[in-house]
Design a protein around this ligand. Sequence first.
Ligand code: KG4
Length: 343
Amino acid sequence: MKKENIVILGIESSCDDTSAAVLRDGVLLSNVTAGQAVHEAYGGVVPELASRAHQQNIVPVVDQALKQAGVSKEELSAVAFTRGPGLMGSLLVGVSFAKGLACSLGIPMIEVNHLQGHVLAHFIKENETDTDQPEYPFLCLLVSGGNSQIILVKAYNDMEVLGQTIDDAAGEAIDKCSKVMGLGYPGGPVIDRLARQGNPEAYTFAKPNIEGYDYSFSGLKTSFLYSLRDWLQEDPDFIEHHKADLAASLERTIVDILMKKLRKAAKDRHIRQVAVAGGVSANNGLRNAFREHADKYGWKIFIPKFGYTTDNAAMIAITGYYKYLDNEFCTMDQPAYSRVTLR
Ligand code: KG4
């Protein structure tokens, strides 16, 4: 099979973003994403509404991605798609579309693990000269609405999860605390914005004390909730008066929890190349903590561009490209899976 002029179409539909991307020989040509504002009114993603929106969005999004790339569908070498983990109804839209398109064009299909895609977002090249990429092995902190993991990345297809959350994910904790404060959904960007104006030392919330590299965020969430309940009894407008300090203190606590275990993993494994990925990696407090660790511990850090932190098809396309080079194709009968780990 030819290994030049490889054009991959990537499709991502695991949650509430419908995204399609095209890349040629590993270089990104387009990355189009349609978000779903419909969930805002409900304070979280409503699975049934998400799959309906994917149904409406998938054709125009793929069409746009091909047009922006200047590529016709006949030029595609393969279709890569997110097989899981994610919401089953959402995944099915992307998986079925990818299968139908690949079948009609007579080209191979490549299934991609969404989590692997997040990690490999660091290898997305926007042009030929884009060479600032991690070298194997490196550590990746994967933090999103559904995951908080420390991953030892030994190769594009060899990842070891050193630690992960035993309850809530970091993004989930941020979203739930933000909801309690009445800040809407998703909470991450709002907390981030408010935190920039607040005092991170204003309040103290519970931090977990568990062994190894695992995380826990449920205690922090409860501590935030109970503290707020007490403060609101004394001042019913407490949140309004102190929301920037609350956001900054919450963010600092979460960043401290994340960085402590990551530092331990880097030290124990003697690794100095450290990356961050997933929706929460858009957080400015976390990005600053990475920069401070680079200065203090000599880490070479990799922080993705904002567009590649949340769910996107560029990361699925680049993973698909590496799998294409290794002839890692899949068959028609492979279903979507809602739950799967990297290992
Ligand atoms: O990776 P992602 O888009 O979706 C999955 O969970 O797969 O991550 C979404 C999470 C949400 O919890 C959202 O609140 C959080 O990422 N997030 C942020 C920021 N932007 C998004 N958290 C903190 N600061 C941000 N700037």
